[in-house]
Design a protein around this ligand. Structure first.
Ligand code: NAD
Length: 409
């Protein structure tokens, strides 16, 4: 089934971006909001993306008009009688999403695929509200949707393979990089990202290194930015919320560091509130923040006075996140190549390094297991190595040095 026309529900941060991407690729899109005011805002946001392209000479004003004419704003579901696919991007509130899914099920032809951009709610549960669970799926775009290439495609328990294939093909037609992910808390990217960020915060809390030292050590490994710069950019509230979802889903191995809630209490939400791990007072939107005393004092208050169990090394973060990638592989959340794609296109890990499973191969699977065992003893069971790693180590799949590991060399 080809996708000739798409519906997007919600014209906020994500919905407007998604509608822009669809229209940019020549596909008509019906954009629904609750009222004209929100609709206008959404349409203006789409227009701004196109205007920026015109200003850079990447498209003509005529093209802008043509692409904008593909977007049909509406406040009703009437026009959804003709859409082949709907992408729901309403707020992350179960009640609202449930109501939208019931309305979509009633308004759309039975062949229409219903996709949700949810970050954390259950796709299978939303599917169960409809008469077409085989045609309900997760389609998780990243912010900003017009820039970020990765789209996680998440089939629910009842989603048919045809639906998943159609949505993968559709995402490719938008010139995105779709990665198929089995439904699990955090899907793939947030499942890897959040424990890694949390470990950085735990390091800071325990005191073996400062915000700047940790950020610099991680940047030196090729990441585009350090964990604290990233948290400040994403928003402390957004990260803490995602962290809670993972804690609920995976239990205490993802227990959040105490500093998260303390910084939330202090309304240090990151760059958007003027301070987070860094202070952004008087700093331009693209300039780095400054280390400030308030944070240092908060860390001191949380300190037990005990000597840190281990000194800081970037391996503490890297081994933890590489192990999580192996756990995801072991659970068949995604294939090895899709995990690597998610790490590169979703987390910004340098493509030249291949991804986290390639990192494991280059460190050596035996070295990774030994390191994780050492961290487990010193810091706790969250470092417990995935059993796949031990099996590989025993069988001589040691990575680059034996020419076979997760990949062959
Ligand atoms: N913001 C992000 O960085 C991000 C990234 C990935 C995924 N998501 C997910 O995308 C979804 C949307 O998030 P957002 O940040 O764009 O939210 P948002 O609050 O910016 O936008 C949601 C929009 O939906 C509209 N809306 C509410 N009920 C509606 C209805 N019945 N019909 C039509 N429109 C309705 C609201 O008026 C609002 O404009 C959430 O599920 C979120 O978890 C967000």
């Amino acid at each position: 089934m080809a996708i000739y026309k798409v519906g997007v529900v919600g014209a906020g941060t994500m919905g407007a971006g998604i509608a822009q991407v669809i229209s940019y690729n020549g596909i008509p899109v019906v954009l629904k909001e609750v009222n004209d005011e929100f609709l206008k805002k959404g349409v203006a946001a789409i227009q701004r993306v196109y205007e920026a392209r015109v200003a850079k000479g990447r498209m003509t004003p005529e093209d802008l008009k043509k692409q904008m004419s593909l977007v049909t704003p509406t406040t009703s579901y009437d026009a959804f009688k003709e859409v082949d696919l709907v992408i729901e991007a309403v707020p992350e509130i179960l009640k609202i999403k449930e109501e939208v899914f019931r309305s979509l099920d009633a308004a759309c032809p039975e062949g229409t695929i219903l996709a949700t951009n949810t970050s954390a709610l259950s796709i299978s549960a939303l599917a169960a509200l409809t008469r077409r669970p085989a045609k309900v799926i997760g389609m998780h775009f990243f912010y900003p949707a017009h820039v970020m290439k990765l789209v996680e495609v998440i089939p629910g328990l009842d989603t048919s393979s045809e639906t998943a294939d159609e949505v993968m093909t559709f995402a490719e037609s938008l010139r995105k990089i779709p990665v198929k992910v089995q439904e699990c808390p955090g899907f793939l990217v947030n499942r890897l990202l959040m424990p890694y960020l949390n470990e950085a915060v735990l390091c800071l809390e325990e005191g073996p290194a400062t915000v700047e030292e940790i950020d610099q050590a991680i940047k030196a490994l090729g990441w585009p930015m350090g964990p604290f710069t990233l948290i400040d950019a994403l928003g402390m509230d957004v990260c803490a919320e995602a962290g809670k979802v993972l804690w609920a889903g995976y239990g205490d191995r993802m227990h959040p560091a105490r500093l998260w809630s303390r910084l939330l209490e202090l309304k240090r939400l990151g760059r958007k509130s003027g301070a987070g791990f860094y202070n952004y007072a008087g700093v331009g939107p693209t300039e780095p923040g400054r280390v400030d005393e308030v944070l240092t004092q908060e860390i001191r208050k949380l300190s037990t006075g005990a000597k840190p169990a281990v000194g800081f090394t970037p391996e503490r973060l890297m081994f933890l996140v590489a192990n999580e990638a192996v756990l995801a592989l072991q659970e068949q959340v995604s294939s090895a190549s899709e995990i690597e794609m998610g790490v590169i296109a979703g987390l910004g890990y340098p493509a030249s390094k291949g991804g986290l499973l390639h990192y494991a191969d280059s460190v050596g699977i035996d070295t990774l297991v030994e390191g994780l065992d050492r961290f487990t003893k010193a810091l706790g069971f969250r470092f417990h190595p995935a059993h796949k790693l031990r099996t590989m180590a025993h069988a001589g799949y040691l990575g680059v040095k034996t020419k076979r590991g997760f990949f062959t060399y």
